[in-house]
Ligand binder design. Structure first.
Ligand SMILES: *[C@@H]1O[C@H](CO)[C@@H](O)[C@H](O)[C@H]1NC(C)=O
Ligand SMILES: *[C@@H]1O[C@H](CO)[C@@H](O)[C@H](O)[C@H]1NC(C)=O
Ligand SMILES: *[C@@H]1O[C@H](CO)[C@@H](O)[C@H](O)[C@H]1NC(C)=O
Ligand SMILES: *[C@@H]1O[C@H](CO)[C@@H](O)[C@H](O)[C@H]1NC(C)=O
Length: 221
């Protein structure tokens, strides 16, 4: 890894952090595997394409249990207030989306104590109104999440393997860095000694030369 690459790592982290801190919107898909009896975040993000235009949005979630063919409204979020009209989800749904704003971009909700009956399809609808100087513009966005309820989270071999590889790479790079540092240190100090030896040798040579000259002077006298 060159010095440039070493510099790029913190730079990339800094850019990532900056984008997270300044709320740059990224439409990440929701997870789809929920563990029974645990909490689960149903993700739904709809980025406002024109960040500079003021807007307001409301979010509505509907649910279609596995094997059924109709959606029923289970949750809505409007004017910082939430409503859970469906008794199956009574006191089990919490807002996990954009906080303290009507200009929503994240409409995620959190399900407490997932049951087997929560298996099915969830639909999230964003209803957004952008306010331009002379007109208003409506844009609705719909996202679908197919939720699987599992006894416990089973991770694919590929996922485990890639995590192991990540640690191996990190440790490998650290070791390599230390080795490189020791090598450089030795090289530099060896060069230093070499230079010292050379200059001493040179000094001695000059000294003996001048001694010879002196001897010659002494002989001619
Ligand atoms: C989502 O809501 C749940 C329940 O209120 C809370 O425990 C959790 O920390 C929230 N997560 C985020 C990312 O807001
Ligand atoms: C969720 O589960 C916890 C622990 O199992 C329990 O204490 C809590 O009452 C449950 N909440 C709901 C809303 O069922
Ligand atoms: C799941 O659904 C079945 C059939 O509708 C119902 O009998 C059962 O009580 C439900 N279980 C839970 C945990 O809500
Ligand atoms: C509505 O918003 C979505 C994303 O939020 C965007 O992809 C789409 O182009 C918008 N529709 C219009 C008509 O601007």
């Amino acid at each position: 890894m060159s010095a440039v690459q070493l510099l790029l790592v913190p730079l990339a982290l800094w850019v990532l952090q900056a984008s997270l801190c300044h709320g740059a919107c990224v439409e990440v898909d929701s997870d789809t595997d929920a563990v029974v009896n645990e909490g689960f975040k149903l993700g739904c993000i709809s980025c406002k394409m024109r960040a500079e235009v003021p807007a307001e949005a409301t979010v509505e979630w509907s649910f279609m249990p596995k094997g059924e063919s109709e959606f029923t409204k289970i949750y809505s979020y409007e004017d910082l207030m939430s409503d859970t009209p469906d008794e199956r989800f009574y006191e089990r749904l919490y807002w996990n989306g954009s906080k303290k704003t009507k200009d929503l971009q994240d409409g995620s909700i959190y399900i407490l104590n997932v049951t087997w009956n929560d298996t099915g399809t969830y639909r999230c609808i964003f209803t957004r109104t952008l306010t331009f100087t002379s007109f208003k513009f409506h844009n609705d966005t719909t996202k679908i999440v197919h939720l699987n309820v599992v006894p416990r989270l089973t991770r694919g071999i590929a996922s485990i393997l890639s995590e192991v590889m990540m640690y191996v790479t990190i440790v490998g790079l650290q070791v390599w860095l230390v080795v490189e540092m020791i090598y450089c240190y030795r090289k530099i100090s060896a060069q230093g000694e070499e230079a010292l030896r050379e200059s001493t040798a040179e000094y001695l040579a000059i000294a003996s030369e001048s001694k010879e000259n002196c001897a010659m002077v002494a002989v001619t006298e």
